[in-house]
Design a protein around this ligand. Sequence first.
Ligand code: 13P
Ligand code: SF4
Length: 314
Amino acid sequence: MQREELQAAIRELKREKNALILAHNYQVPEVQDVADVVGDSLALAQAAARSQAELIVFCGVHFMAETAAILCPDKRVLLPDLEAGCSLAESITAEQLRAWKAQHPGAVVVAYINTSAAVKAESDWVCTSANARKVIEAIPPEQEILFVPDMFLGAWLQAQTGRRMYLWLGECHVHAAMRPEDVHAALEQYPEAEFLIHPECGCMSSTLYSCAVGTLNGRKVTVASTDGMLRYVRQSPAEEFVIGTEVGLLYRLQQENPGKRFHALKPDAICPYMKRITLQGVLRSLQEEVYQVTVPEEIAQRARRALQRMLELV
Ligand code: 13P
Ligand code: SF4
């Protein structure tokens, strides 16, 4: 089947089955085009939580489908490809977190949403890149904080809030590969552009101070989640931007802002997990109702507490 035929079949089946299609900003353009909601981790968690649909097809990665399953226990959540994982979520297990907590009794655990349900169940709070600062600031200053698993986001939060936190040394292999050298090369190559950097990026370690004050070699730099970047660009008078995140976001940026120019900070920053979702996979997922993602209720209950705390705050 051609792309348009596949998309038409998906739309029809979606209506028939009263299904909701959620797609992360890193999905391939043709998948974004059939989604009811395209967004960042926070927007998709919120959309899942308020949905009336019976079936959710999650075009994203496994931890996102798990999050939807936790928030919507009465709905069926499908992930079109079970190999759509996440190197960052893999960087800590519930067992490792329990051992770390035992070394810091009484500490508050904040888990980035890119974690398994079992890790969320061991945590007091969940946060996303869009609300992490708010979550940290909601925790009393005298409390010790264990932050898992992204060290670059953790370091950024420390710089932003002035809080000292214990950081788990995890990373996303796609964002960690964006190095300071890439920033310096882009500064030279695009002398007029503003910089938008995702807090998971490896270049954050050496540009923390610049990012905190908002200028890098005299150029404007903003740290944001993927939806944060979209919001920023919509209201910015600038015409050219360097985008420091997975390249999938450039499709939406360009669609929403046809008159502006976007350059990837690292054009090969491609998440292989996100790209496992295809139109064929989405259609099959709807037809055969595969692959359902479930979370054991005992884990879901504890993970839900940490997630709901975050959703009530934002
Ligand atoms: P956001 O879209 O929430 O900024 O997260 C980025 C990411 O890496 C998701 O896997
Ligand atoms: Fe995970 Fe990184 Fe891919 Fe996001 S971009 S899903 S953090 S591996």
